[in-house]
Design a protein around this ligand. Structure first.
Ligand SMILES: [Zn+2]
Length: 54
């Protein structure tokens, strides 16, 4: 999965641990020094979203 740094927005390959902790793979923290990441939804498009302006 992918995770984005909450501080600078950089995207990293990451994994979510059973306890919910998100950690980037291959390094301890982001290049900016932050260790807070949020999961990135890599789906192409949301079927829920959509507005027809007829
Ligand atoms: Zn960062």
């Amino acid at each position: 999965m992918l995770a984005a740094c909450t501080a600078c927005g950089s995207i990293y390959a990451a994994r979510q641990w059973p306890d919910g902790e998100i950690r980037v793979i291959g390094q301890k923290s982001c290049s900016c020094g932050s260790t807070d990441f949020e999961l990135v939804d890599d789906s192409d498009d949301d079927p829920e979203v959509g507005t027809d302006d007829g």
